[in-house]
Design a protein around this ligand. Structure first.
Ligand code: ADP
Length: 171
């Protein structure tokens, strides 16, 4: 885990399901019924009870976020958010930023003190990595500046070296 020059922001290279933090964020799809990529990895690691709880949530809109327990994960909670499928439209930016903001608002509501984000939308959903990482970093920094009394640590979980190096540069 790498500390950055920003207070309470960290970067980690590796599998988000292995992280020892209170909450991990899932880049889910609208059904919340599981998928590939990080979603598949989280469901595999959490076990079938996660899917059972997700079924009770009746999906999630793009940019919104819903919370469940973490079951077999080290994390106590999973926040499921749905990133935009990259289209090049102006709304992509806004919706991606909403994922980070809404997840952090939900974390705050649950008094969560550490939360890890994958690089939402940058896999199957096709968001160009450097644009998506720039939005992620800016949105998290802005949220932290507007919530100075919330002592919450944010970890950017990077599955590959390219993502890790990019976040390092951005921070
Ligand atoms: P999306 O549908 O939002 O694009 P993906 O799961 O396809 O979601 O990819 C989102 C990001 O998560 C990608 O950068 C991918 O490399 C990364 N990723 C995939 N598996 C993991 C994992 N186990 N831990 C952390 N990040 C992961």
């Amino acid at each position: 885990m790498l500390e950055t020059s920003r207070k309470n922001i960290y970067i980690d290279l590796g599998d988000i399901t292995k992280l020892d933090c209170q909450c991990i964020v899932n880049a889910a799809n609208k059904s919340l019924l599981g998928g590939g990529g990080v979603d598949g990895a989280i469901h595999r690691a959490a076990g079938p009870k996660l899917l059972a709880e997700c079924r009770t949530l009746h999906g999630c809109r793009t940019g919104e976020a819903k919370i469940t327990k973490g079951y077999n994960l080290k994390a106590e909670y999973v926040i499921h958010t749905v990133g935009p499928v990259y289209s090049g439209a102006e709304s992509d930016r806004r919706l991606l930023a909403e994922c980070y903001r809404n997840s952090l608002d939900l974390a705050r509501e649950y008094h969560i003190h550490s939360i890890a984000f994958p690089a939402i939308s940058t896999g199957v959903y096709g968001y160009p990595l450097s644009e998506a990482a720039t939005i992620a970093a800016a949105t998290v920094i802005e949220w932290m500046e507007t919530h100075p009394d919330d002592d919450i640590s944010v970890i950017f979980s990077c599955f590959d070296k390219r993502t890790y190096e990019l976040y390092q540069k951005l921070m």
